[in-house]
Design a protein around this ligand. Sequence first.
Ligand code: DQA
Length: 149
Amino acid sequence: MISAMQIVVLNGPNLSRLGKREPEVYGRQTLDDINCELAASFPEISFEFFQTEFEGQLLEKLFQSEDQGGCRGVVLNAGALTHYSIALRDAISAITIPVVEVHLSNIYAREEFRRRSVISEVCVGVISGFGANSYHLGVRALLGIAHNG
Ligand code: DQA
């Protein structure tokens, strides 16, 4: 039997507030809406969705994703941790499964402090500025990696 491809979708601080939080920047969809759309768009994939406000829990989830075996990659919106968490960067470096960095907004078109990501260098790629579609593109990127390399 061929088991479904597993992808983990991780969201960090404040992304639980999507829908209510600055809708002009982040859109009106809730995180649940985004996750349900992803699951519906990629029925062949077995998703695990996880959101936390805590840095350490993101690290633990990254390690679990690697250790549980079978996970083909992680789509990660680290929220503000993107800009300063060396611990998160080190955790991504410490695992071998591919991590795609995604952002709803275009972080390069925003405040100066958001234009720097400390995790980009250790992610396989970055998708930023396409709203909820950034997550879809992140999944597509992981599918490409899984099929080609
Ligand atoms: C974000 C961009 C970050 O700068 C911000 O702190 C977030 C969301 C995005 O998805 O656009 O929380 O990662």
